[in-house]
Write a protein that binds this ligand. Structure first.
Ligand code: HEC
Ligand code: HEC
Ligand code: HEC
Ligand code: HEC
Ligand code: HEC
Length: 195
């Protein structure tokens, strides 16, 4: 009697338990990978600011707002003052601009939602990439045509390395004029990105 109960447990319960554990592991693994990969993340922002309008139609230079992109690690999100260079006048009766003015007058930063993000333990520096001639679109696609910005490329370790191993394949336009190419392969050693 006792023996058959144990048999039963081993033959039926154990395999089922193992199966459930495996499935749970597989599901969480793939779901969490998909979340971290980030492609397609396009959050609604607190003010309907359009890149298509400002950077596209009005052709305002990216660096007018992302002032640090060729100087430091982060591109930077513009302070409200930069918006107010124009919006003390432009469209000031529109509801979205009144929201903007409210943040400005209340001396409160606009709570823009962060889209692209590498974890703190990984080191990425905009200025190094940009000063070698890489363009925003090589990593962010054509932001000037986006009404709402979303993430188009993944920045997992695999995707960083993918470009570092073969920049020519990822950015063929930079290699057209071979006399002007100043780009080497990116680093693959661990402590370049994990310092
Ligand atoms: C008039 C100011 C302005 C200009 C010009 C501008 N941006 Fe932005 N950018 C912003 C603001 C504000 C945000 C945050 C709100 C948002 O995501 O739309 C932002 C967000 C972004 C983000 C997402 C940041 C994140 O959270 O990951 C990227 C990428 C970006 N801009 C790239 C560009 C590129 C490329 C250009 C030029 C083609 C450009 N921007 C021109 C103001 C500007
Ligand atoms: C160089 C001048 C300039 C700067 C800097 C600028 N804007 Fe604008 N913005 C404009 C103009 C001009 C329009 C109207 C364009 C049109 O409708 O054709 C506009 C339109 C808008 C609109 C749409 C208003 C509506 O409902 O019609 C929003 C929202 C907006 N801007 C937010 C911002 C924010 C936020 C910033 C700062 C990150 C910013 N703008 C920086 C000139 C500027
Ligand atoms: C080689 C790839 C690459 C290029 C080229 C690049 N970016 Fe980025 N960008 C990233 C990565 C990766 C992040 C996330 C960085 C982080 O979390 O520290 C990011 C984040 C951002 C952000 C969010 C705020 C910040 O500074 O982290 C903005 C804004 C931005 N990029 C704008 C730009 C603009 C404008 C250009 C062109 C002048 C540009 N990027 C070129 C990869 C790139
Ligand atoms: C589209 C191509 C591309 C992507 C994507 C890219 N890189 Fe690079 N990166 C390069 C190239 C090319 C170089 C080398 C440039 C040179 O030295 O000529 C480089 C250089 C570097 C360096 C050495 C310079 C420094 O800042 O110390 C680091 C670190 C680095 N990349 C980190 C990253 C990380 C982290 C990511 C992903 C989040 C990433 N890169 C994504 C192309 C890329
Ligand atoms: C070109 C830059 C780069 C290089 C070189 C690099 N890593 Fe990473 N690594 C990253 C980035 C970016 C992440 C974050 C990935 C994410 O968010 O999914 C990461 C994540 C990790 C993680 C966390 C595990 C995970 O999947 O989240 C480990 C562990 C790691 N790296 C180890 C290494 C080791 C060991 C090496 C050397 C053989 C190395 N890395 C080389 C950029 C790099």
């Amino acid at each position: 009697m006792k023996k058959s109960k144990l048999d039963h447990a081993l033959k039926i319960r154990l395999p089922i338990t193992v199966l459930v554990i495996l499935i749970t592991y597989a599901v969480t693994f793939f779901v969490s990978r998909a979340e971290r990969d980030g492609i397609g993340y396009t959050p609604e922002q607190p003010i309907k600011f359009s890149h298509q309008l400002h950077a596209g139609k009005m052709t305002i230079d990216c660096k007018y707002c992302h002032t640090e992109v060729d100087k430091s690690r982060h591109a930077g999100i513009p302070a409200t003052d930069i918006c107010m260079n124009c919006h003390t006048v432009a469209r000031k009766t529109k509801p979205e601009i009144q929201k903007l003015v409210k943040f400005y007058e209340g001396n409160q930063p606009i709570p823009w939602k962060r889209i692209h993000k590498v974890p703190d333990y990984a080191y990425f520096n905009h200025s190094v990439h940009v000063n070698k001639g890489m363009q925003c679109r090589h990593c962010h696609e054509d932001v000037a045509s986006m009404d709402v910005v979303g993430q188009k490329h993944s920045f997992t370790m695999g995707s960083c390395l993918n470009c570092h191993r073969n920049p020519k394949e990822k950015m063929p336009d930079l290699f057209v004029d071979s006399a002007k190419v100043k780009i080497k392969n990116g680093p693959e050693n661990c402590n370049a990105c994990h310092r």
